[in-house]
Structures are given as C-alpha cells and as structure tokens.
Design a protein. Sequence first.
Lengths: 421, 590, 162
Amino acid sequence: MNRTVNIISKNFKKYNPESIEEYLELGGFEALKKAIEMGPQEIISTLKTSGLKGRGGAAFSTGRKWEYSANVKGDKKFIICNADEGEPATFKDRYLLEYDPFKVIEGMIIAAYTTGSTDGYIYIREEYKYLHNKVRKAIELAEKHGFLGKNILGSGLNFNIKVVSGAGAYVCGESTALIESIEGKSGRPRLKLTRTSKQGLFGLPTLVNNVETLAAVPPILEMGVEEYIKYGTHTSKGTKLISLCGNVNKPGAYEVPFGITLREIIYDIGGGIKDGKQLKFLQLGGASGAIIPAKLIDIKYCYEDLEEHGASVGSGAILVADETNKVTHFLKSVQDFFIHESCGKCTPCREGNRQLTKIINRFVTGNASVEDLKTVEKFANVMKYASFCGLGQTAPTALLTAIKYFPVEFYQQIDRIRKTS
Amino acid sequence: MKNCTITIDNKEVTVPEGTSILEAAKKVSINIPTLCNHPDQTVKANCRICLVETKPGKLETACSTKVRDGMTINTVSKLVRDTQRGVLELILANHPQDCLKCIRNGKCELQKLCEMFHISKSNLEDEIDALEKDESNPSIVRDHSKCIKCNRCIEVCQEVQGVSILSHAHRSTKYCITPAFEKKLVNTLCVFCGQCTSVCPVGALYEKDDTEKVWNALYNDNLHVIVQIAPAVRVSIGEEFGAKPGTKVTGKVVAALRRLGFDKVFDTDFTADLTIMEEGHELLDRINRGGTLPMITSCSPGWINYIEGFYPQLLDHLSSCKSPQQMFGALSKTYYAKKLDLDPSQIFTVSIMPCTAKKYEAERKEMSSYGYRDVDAVLTTRELARMIKSASIDFLNIEEENFDEPFGITTGAGVIFGVTGGVMEAALRTVYEVVTEHELENLDFMDVRGLEGIKEATVDLNGTPIKVAVAHGLSNAKKILNQINEGKSDYTFIEVMCCPGGCIGGGGQPIGSTMKVREERIKGIYDVDKVMPLRKSHENPAVKELYEEFLGQPLGKISHKLLHTTYSPRSEKIDFDYLQWNNEIALTEE
Amino acid sequence: MDKFKVDQELIAKIDRILESYDYDDNSVVNILLEIQSHIPENYIPEEVAKYVGIELGIPTSKVYDVITFFSAINDKPKGRHVVQLCKSSVCRLNKYQTIRDVLEEELKIKMGETTKDGQFTLRYSACFGACDISPAFRIDDKVYGNLTKGKIKEIINTYRGL
C-alpha cells in the first residue's frame, strides 16, 4: 500500500535536471509568477497558514522567519540555502538537489522576492561535491532564462545565487557556523548577540533556510495553502521528506503526510525489517535525535506526538535498528560521530564528549561501574543545558533517551567482565 | 534609554536596557562566577561557567545575555549549581593538577573557582593532554597542556596587538590555541610582548623565569651585581603585595633589592634621561640634515620586534637609540666599570622590567659593547616580586631607601617613560628648550597623555610647527605605519609603545592589568613626575656629568658606539645559538 | 618526509585559482579545497598555506585554523586517491566492518594508512549522506554503495594507475 505523497517530491525522477525546459513543462516557475502576483505580505501570511516549519531540524515557523527578514531594512540582504545536510541518516536534501534543483532555486527566488534579498548562497556540503556543478549548472540555466539576475520577471527583484562548498564539518549546519565558513573562517558557531535576520553574513541581514523548507514553498503557493493543509495533522501541517534507512528493506527518501504512524512508515513504505528480523529501536532525526523503542511505533509521526515521547522530527531521519543491535554499541557509533564533529570551542561539548566517549566505551566493553551510569547521565545533562550551540546540546539526546527506554541494556554491561569471569 | 526591571534571586533591580545579566547581578551584590570573561575583552561565552536559569529549565550565560524586562533570574538553583559544577569538573578532568608547583598558584582564576565551588571528588577520569612546553624563546613559556581554551590570548594577540601569531586550530578534543603549524614561538614573528601572559587566567602562558639565574649571580662572590629598575615597576609592584594599583613604592623596591643582596641599586630613569638627550638630538639632526622622517622611538622592544618582522621596509624610520635598559647596560660595563676600576666581566647587570620582550632585547646580538653583554639578566615585575617573597621581606612595611649614585639621579622626564606618551612628552620638554632656548612655561603636554589609541599634538619650534603622534598597542601602531607606507604621514616624530597604556601595561606587570588598573598606574607615574625637583632630562646633573666625563656630546663617537644600535628584518626563523653563551655567565658558578 | 617543494608550476596554478576567486579572503575555504585538488599528495603544505595567507592578507595562523578545522582539507600528505569508508551509526547497523576488511585486504593497508606507492589512502568518514545505499564508501568525489566483495575489487581496480 503506497502511503507516500507527491508534493515536494512531485518531480523526482520525472525530468532531466540539466534541462530547464523540462522543468518548465512540469509547471516550473509558475509558483514564482504566482508569488509575484501575490506580493510579499500575502506570501508571508500564506506560509503562516501553511504551518510550514524549518525542515532542517529547528522547526521554526517559516512564515514568521520570512516576516522578520522582510521587516529588516538593508540594501544588501542575503539568503542562504543550508545544504550542509550532515546529520547522519539524513539524505533527503540530496534528493532535492539531485532530482529537482530548480525547485530549490525557485524557492530561493520566492524567498528573495518576499524578503527583498539581493544575494543568495547555496552552501552544499563537500561530501556532495558531485552535486556542486549540477546545481551551478541549474543556476546558470535559470539565469539564462531570466529567473535570476536583474529585474526578475519584471518584478523589480535583482537576485543572484552562488554555490559555496562546505569542507567537511557537521557543525557548519548550524547557521552561525555556516556563516563563519562562508566568510572564510573555521566554522565554529559564533555568539549571536542579535538575530541573524538582522546581522548575519558579513554582518548584514541574512535569512538561512534548509533546502527542503525552500523547496516546500513553490508547491504550497502553486497548489494553494488550503489544499496543502489538508495533509498532516492540526498542529503539524503538510508533508515531510523523510530519510528512511538502517535495517529496513527499502531505504530511501520518501515524502509522507504528518500524522502517518511510524509503523506505516517502516512496514508499508520501508517494506519492513531486513531478513525478517524484529524491530528493536528507532533513532529519529539523525545522530542528534532520540532513540525510541519498538513498542512506540504506533505513535503518529508529527511534531506534537513525538515531543510527548521525548523525540522530535528533526531533519526527518528515521533510522531503523533490528533486534541484533546492542543499544550501548549503537551509542558508541553515535558518540564517535560527535567526538569527531565537536568544534571544541565550548567546555561542555569538548570535554563532555571526551568523557562520554570514555564511559560509553566502558559500557561497550562491559567494564562499566554503577557510578558510570550516574556520571554519564549527569554529564549528558551538563552538555544538554550548558553547551554553546545545538551540536553540544543535542549530542547526548540519544544517550539520555537510551537510558530512559533501555536501562537494562546498561545494567547488563556493568561489571559484565568481572561477573562472567 | 529604556530601563528593565528584573528579579535576580528574589531581589528586584532596575538597569538600563542592554545590560548583561552579569552586570545586573553585580548591582545586587551577586558575583556570578566567570572564567573566559575579561573586563577589557569582547564577550566570548565559551567556558559556560556563568550559566544562570532564566526560565525554569533554561540556562543562559550571564556574560552574553542581555536583561529583558520582567525577567526572573535564578543564580543558585539546583540546575544552575549542578551545571556550573559539572562544567568545572569537566575542565578539571582535562587540567593538570599540579597547582602547588604551578607558577600561577594562588593567582589562578580556575583555582579560585575550585575553591569557590569546593570541588573535591569527581567521578570523571582525568585525561590531560601531554603537550610539550614551548620554552624556545627568552621571554614567554607556553604550557598549553594547562590551556582552558578561553581565547583571551587570541584576542590580545589578534585584535590588540594585531600580530595574530596565536589562533585556535583543530577541533573537538584536539582543539587548541597555537601558532600556525604548531610552531614554537621563536620560529614565528611573535613580538614577545607578553600581553597573552597577562590575560591568561591559568598557567598556560607565563614569563620565562630567570630568578634562579639572578640568585646565582647574587651568590657569586666574584661578581659585582647591580640592578636597574624601570619607571613602570615602581607604581605596580606593590599590587603583588596587596597595595592598590598605582601606589608608588620606589623606596621600598630599592630597600628590598638591597636586602636581596644587590651591590648597587640604580634607576633606569637615569638612562631614560640619557635616551632623551640622544634621541632628541637625533631628531633635530634628522630635521636639520634631511634625514628619514618621521622618526619613531625605539625604546619598546616588542615594538622593535614588530617593525622588524612586519614592516622591515620602514626600519630607517626608527631612532637608532638603544632603549634605556640597554643604554644602562652599556654604561655599566664601561663608564661604571672604569669608575669602580672593575673588569667588565666582573659586573653582572640585572634589570627589573615590566616587560617580557626586554628579556629578548637583552639577548640580541647587537646588544653588547666591547664584547660584553649590556644586560645580563632581565626580571619582570612579577619575578622580582617572587624573589622578594621568597626572601621573606615584609615589602609593604620595609623602610624606604634611596637609589645609589650616579645612576640614581633622575628627572620627572625619565619616569614618564613608563606611560604611553611619556617618551614623547619628555622629548618635547627637552627639544623645545634646546631649539628655542626658552624655558617651557607648561611642562605638561596633555595632548599626548591618556589611553586614546593614537594621540596627536603640534608643537611650535621657533615658528616651525612640528606634528607628532603617539601610538600604543601594536594594532594602533599598524595604522600609523600604514600611513607612512602609503606616503601619507605628515608627522615628524612618533612614539610607539608596544603595550596598551605603555610600559605600565607591559606583559611582565602583575597579573590583572585591566584598563582600569592601567589608568591607576598611569596616574601614579604622573604623580611621581609632578613632585620631582627636576622634570627635564637635559637638566639632569648626572647626565651632564656623564657627557663631560665620558661621552663628550650627544651623538658623539662614544655614544654612537655604546648607546646606538642597528635593526634588521626578522624572518620567521631566528638563530638563537648565542643564547647559550649568555646563560653560561650566571650558571657556571654556583 | 622531504620538505614539500613549491615549484613555479604549482604557484602558477595557485595564482590562477586565487584570481578566479578575485583574491577574496572570504573564499579561503573553497580556495584551499581547490588548491588541494591540484596537489597530488592531497594536502595543503605549510609553504602553500603561507603563500595563500600572504596573497589573501590572512595571518598564517588563521589559514592553519581553517586547514585543521575542516575534515576535507588535510594538513598532512595523503594518497592520490582518498578512500573514505563511512562508519556512521547507519553504516554500523549495516556492518561497514565487512567492507573495511575487504578494502584493507585489497589495498594491503590498514585504516588511516597510505599505500607505499602513494596511490591510495584509506580512512573513515563521519558520514557522507549515502545512508540509503549503506554501507558505502567514497573514492575522491565519487560515492559507491550497495557493495559486494567483487564489486569493491572492481571499483578499486578502476582507480589503479589513474
């Protein structure tokens, strides 16, 4: 039974991304035309009605974010498309850039039109280097057809887009770190004393949006917000691109309406667990997301229900783990990721990850102590409350939720070596 | 401006909008603990010690968060205390715990926090980075295994001094503060100003300690050990013993030095006066003979290192005068040796300086006269305090004593060398009178005083207006050098001091040289100047006698040989072989 | 290892790259990536870092910060082709270890090492977003997934002698 939907993903594999003509045939840039007819105010109110939230993980209202940006005055204003998709288990932005780059570009132009921005950047992670030139090519084609450049479609909007490469740093997905990196510095998050919408890139007004957020705008305008909000739940409107992977039969990026259950996602869309095994746990939203046990798979996939269980939609990653996986061993791979990616700037993240790694390793080898369990939880909380940026604040999420849902797995690893010998 | 009324720990307080929680809390007598925060620097919020609860379950850093009207802040909730302690425990688990043997024992900000939080046992496993100490240079030691990554040294190195030798690098547990490619400082263009040592909250950056070298010299019966004290030391060393910044303790230092066993105690102010005679005449000579202008002062060794490294094309602008420290050293091994009928090799000249770069200066190849090093050992203010403490001298209560003659006879012009603008003011007092042959009515050149980064003044010399400038802090010097480089400078004479505030803010001064403290020390210096019977260098009778007996005249042959020097471009690699030769002098005899 | 020699040819290449970025110091990250791709040893030697710093007016210490911060820019020499095996949590669930064993056997080096002929460096990657075809590895810019032992050998062979 096909439970996926086709709103943002409508064009996937339907056209040759090197051909703007094919995109136009599929109704490309109609949303932009419509947007210009609507005008900025109506676009903002439409987005507010649509309930669209930041799809990179922060889940901040896109309508409100654009409104802030539109209200900031400035001769030079930036839009950054955050394509630094670094969250492990997440690859849905890659699908968008690969299969429908024009939609992302169209979304950016609409954002520029709405907020009065002049310069756009698409910051694509280095790991997607094979996409850099493809996206550049799409920009070039859009320019040739008058969708970028001066006085776009007679609207008076002047807007250009540049592709900038990341260089292998997960933390650059954080908007201020990303901005530092575009400015030619090491990508460490910077202290935000004013909103990025006022002072961002080069100290100028900047709007940072995730790829999917931008790509969601054209379809919303095109189909009409009333039609869009028929999908989803009352508080989680519309659809979401998910990245389904792990021990599942059909991994991939899928578009689902909010409110679908996790069971439906895993079994109906994902074809169930590989090799006929049993589901043990899921990690939602990437490495920084919560771990939830199999018994919770009948909950609805939407912001509010997940939050009730200490989880979140995050980037839309859904990682499926079967019964053969030990939670503690899995946590080690999560921890290895964070200790590799911490920028080192603040104490809790730098030193906290160092200590968490040591303790988790003891749980893996089976010579942890009772004290270790208390200590690891204490310092996971220190990281959560005290870290400078989202990386450090969410790095211990998997650990904390694992302790909550799988305490026995930890106890089993306490003094295991001594007990068995 | 709008006001915000907030509640901190059940106490209401109204503060202007834009005030940080940290500042607001001070208003109600709550000192929220901090570590990376420094009063003269930008807010960093990277140590995360100053977290407070701004909403139930939400912590924000007090240093970086501005108050919002109606805010309720809790600084002592369980969450706050647990988290603050947790952060501190994390720092400690990565910090060597040899506090008793640490140079910053008792003056360490981390140690204070541990005391405050009563840190005893932690369940964390220590993991200390085993990193090699950098002791490659004569001035500064970097022990980065002790670094807590507060980034203060980076700000001073990049923003205040503009040399950018230090930066952060790497990430996660490898994150560190380092010169490019982990080079030792001696292999970089570090100017050795030591400003990093004075902002470091812990023992990761400090002056190279030469006290043992000096003790050994003092214990050596074959050596006649003399000492000179720089102007800026007399208004700062008291802080090491609990006196207020700016307290003048000249007589006490002299007395303490005698107790330590120095044979003669002299004043660098004397050679500061001499510097004015030489430099003033050099300036007039350049003006009259069409020499390179603007001429720039040369008494700040950090500054010399800077121009040699970063603007070698402008070296001709430097005055050829040695610094007062080196002029003193040169005279000690010649004029003074002759007077006492001692062989120069028997004289061991120590200087007490507010400065780490002075250690480097004393080691320079150019700084020897007739084969003898001008200065044998340089101690910073902090090191002298260490010696005085280890000799159990009750410094604040010691009876004051006077300098020895002849190098203890000085003027107010000499003492103001210790502050930004001082060399300029001293020079103007002399140059004006030499040129115009009129007595100056007002000796105080207010335009060149104060903490403004770049100061300007115009002086009328017999109808010729002379434009002068004063810069302190190398990023300010850089602006002036760029003007010269572009041919846009209309100054005749420029004073540059490497450190903010001049020598009173030097890298060897007592820890805690905030701008506020610098101001107090500056005040102390001008107070000394004001009450001096003589306030112009050319009126110093001992200097006059020196010219009559020995030097002949300013810029004369002997002066040229002893009191002037040359400069050369500095590349990133420096040959320090000759260092060993110098160290042997003091260390061979026990 | 011998000191890296910067020859005229490389300087000319670097100059061209700098020019293509209008000597914009903000672009130093992308500039370094591009320069690195022209250096067979796949890294930024000290001399190059200094040169770039001087040309762009950035202190070497800050160039070094950028080099050491980003995973994709190397401060030490690497092989001509860098083989990166993903060891993220996803690839762990899909047993990247089996791929590692085949790669190590095929290249006769361990993770983190470079082959004697300087042709390949084998190392881990934190995650390059190929979780839908996990376990996966990457050679230079190209990603390979859904792997079998035979397929891995075939892929490696296409890079030999390249």
